[in-house]
Design a protein around this ligand. Sequence first.
Ligand SMILES: *[C@@H]1O[C@H](CO)[C@@H](O)[C@H](O)[C@H]1NC(C)=O
Ligand SMILES: *[C@@H]1O[C@H](CO)[C@@H](O)[C@H](O)[C@H]1NC(C)=O
Ligand SMILES: *[C@@H]1O[C@H](CO)[C@@H](O)[C@H](O)[C@H]1NC(C)=O
Ligand SMILES: *[C@@H]1O[C@H](CO)[C@@H](O)[C@H](O)[C@H]1NC(C)=O
Ligand SMILES: *[C@@H]1O[C@H](CO)[C@@H](O)[C@H](O)[C@H]1NC(C)=O
Ligand SMILES: *[C@@H]1O[C@H](CO)[C@@H](O)[C@H](O)[C@H]1NC(C)=O
Ligand SMILES: *[C@@H]1O[C@H](CO)[C@@H](O)[C@H](O)[C@H]1NC(C)=O
Ligand SMILES: [Zn+2]
Length: 409
Amino acid sequence: MWKYQAFLITLASSAALAAVDLSKFPSKTDPTKFTIPDIPQTTSLDVATECQYYQSNFTIEKSEWPTIWDIATSNNMNTSTEFTNLYNSIDWTQAPKAPVRSMTPQGGLNLVGYDTVNDPDCWWSATQCVKPKAQGTNGDISTCPEPETWGLTFDDGPNCSHNAFYDYLETNKQRASMFYIGSNVLNWPYGALRGLKDGHHLCGHTWSHKMMTTLTNQEVLAELYYTAKAIKYVTGITPLYWRPALGDLDDRVRWIGTQLNMTAILWNLDTDDWAANSTPGITPDTVNGKYLDYIKMGSNGTFAKSGNIVLSHEINNMTMDFFVDHYPAIKENYKHVVDIATCQNIAHPYLEEVITFPSFEASTSQNASTATGSGVVPGATGASSAGNTNSFNGPLFIASLFGLLLVAV
Ligand SMILES: *[C@@H]1O[C@H](CO)[C@@H](O)[C@H](O)[C@H]1NC(C)=O
Ligand SMILES: *[C@@H]1O[C@H](CO)[C@@H](O)[C@H](O)[C@H]1NC(C)=O
Ligand SMILES: *[C@@H]1O[C@H](CO)[C@@H](O)[C@H](O)[C@H]1NC(C)=O
Ligand SMILES: *[C@@H]1O[C@H](CO)[C@@H](O)[C@H](O)[C@H]1NC(C)=O
Ligand SMILES: *[C@@H]1O[C@H](CO)[C@@H](O)[C@H](O)[C@H]1NC(C)=O
Ligand SMILES: *[C@@H]1O[C@H](CO)[C@@H](O)[C@H](O)[C@H]1NC(C)=O
Ligand SMILES: *[C@@H]1O[C@H](CO)[C@@H](O)[C@H](O)[C@H]1NC(C)=O
Ligand SMILES: [Zn+2]
């Protein structure tokens, strides 16, 4: 039931920004009042049916976006007036001077020569540093502060084939932080809308999923900017939180995120779920073993004083099933399983303050569904289940030929 007071909508986008105003991003979706079309792609549990091409009402003017899955400066985005104005609005003389990193011929990050003892750039990939050394830079979130709490996060969505997974979470009234790749959002807009409708905490996960410290300032800015823009265009909300692919960030990258008023969310436990069967030495047994260890930590005292944030992935059936298989035991061994906005008491994880997340206290007390604060409690409002009929504020949308773009990853 998306029934909210109209006046709340006018409160949107009033937060002051560090340097750049993202509130001008175009969107025709009212995040408090929208519906997902009742078509087989949004309701079926058969992957082939879910992933059939569909015509969405989100017109994608290709000249206005980076090339899907290419670096976000592609398709001349970095010479556009819009991006040039954005770039020039930032005082780059203040930017931390960490060098642009390189990859090894094997495809890993090249850490050779980095001073890990002094860690001058707070480079997470080298040292797991989360407290920036550079001034005026947002520090990372990497744990849930509350005891015996499992911070639930899924990377790399949305995707066409995840109806069963979102149904499962919805049935269990379970919210998570979802880190969406900008290219995926434009490919599968109804997948992204499903995440918002179910009250998940939506965050950015870059446009093309590259190692962020290997990108130039301009490329880092474009990766963050166009992802936020894509999420806003489709869902009507602008994420203030993001996660770099493989956690690869340093103070230079953090500082650029800060210019967009964004804060990184990392993790302190990694399931390695995505790597099973594709990385030598990592099998499904390895991943199940990690889940079992992390589950045990919930009741053996490891998290008696604070909680965790666990990295897991949507990506594919295998990674989703790892979670589904272990979820009952997670719930038994932890007092709370929550998204990160909730465990961190972030009431407004989006620029649009019409969406309000409950405090940890309210969310975990029996009265969660009545803890409305001054805005919308995501997911706790009895939002209709997938497949209910509706229209996206109908007339505002123009039917387009755009549906799914083919993705090669
Ligand atoms: C724009 O981005 C492309 C791809 O990253 C890069 O090759 C090119 O040099 C950039 N152009 C300008 C004017 O910055
Ligand atoms: C994975 O695939 C199996 C077999 O098709 C299906 O039963 C299961 O629901 C899928 N899991 C998820 C999370 O979609
Ligand atoms: C965004 O900016 C507002 C106002 O300056 C500030 O209160 C908020 O903490 C910032 N959020 C993030 C994620 O940096
Ligand atoms: C709790 O379990 C984990 C995972 O098996 C283990 O590494 C850790 O040492 C245990 N801690 C205590 C206090 O028993
Ligand atoms: C989307 O899901 C399909 C089917 O599970 C999978 O093969 C594909 O890799 C996914 N695409 C992305 C970009 O994650
Ligand atoms: C829950 O709501 C009831 C009735 O409104 C109230 O009496 C009670 O104090 C609330 N409990 C909590 C933990 O907020
Ligand atoms: C798209 O918008 C049109 C016009 O408002 C509406 O009739 C149609 O149902 C919408 N289609 C989808 C798939 O949302
Ligand atoms: Zn990822």
